[in-house]
Design a binder for this molecule. Sequence first.
Ligand SMILES: [Zn+2]
Length: 181
Amino acid sequence: MKALLVVDVQNDFCPGGALAVPDGDKVVSVINGLMEMFDIVVASKDWHPSDSVHFKKWPPHCIQNSNGAEFHPLLAANRINRVFLKGTRNKDDGYSAFEATSDDLEKVLREKKVVDLYVAGLATDYCVRASALDAVRKGFRTYVVLDAVEAVNVKPEDGVHALEELRKAGVALISSRDIKT
Ligand SMILES: [Zn+2]
């Protein structure tokens, strides 16, 4: 089985949001198209308490139940089978979707006999990176869909470096056009 993991396509990570990824909203239409090619679609949400040490490092974003924590309004969220909430405690954690506290992502994927995990969403250099690295370490055949991710680029080359690190770790870097139904 193959599954699509949609990482953090939330208002605060899109233009106008509290921690916007430049062009973050560009992934939405690509991901909506991808979702139709997968029987299993899971998604993560950054879901922080308002008081968190995470915000010593980052501007406050994706506060639980706030509009900023909602999925981008054009994301076809009705096609998501299960949402995993991460960064839910007063800790600097939750970069990887596998750190979700609301549910065990690895367990859910194993129960559904997922072998191939396709990763899309935001941001290439943080939560996509951490999620894809965890996935490949856990033994999933892991793909990052290049036209369905965008980088924050706190430093200009961060996204490029993250993709290089992923490739070296055994993650396949592909285009959405390479995916067969
Ligand atoms: Zn966060």
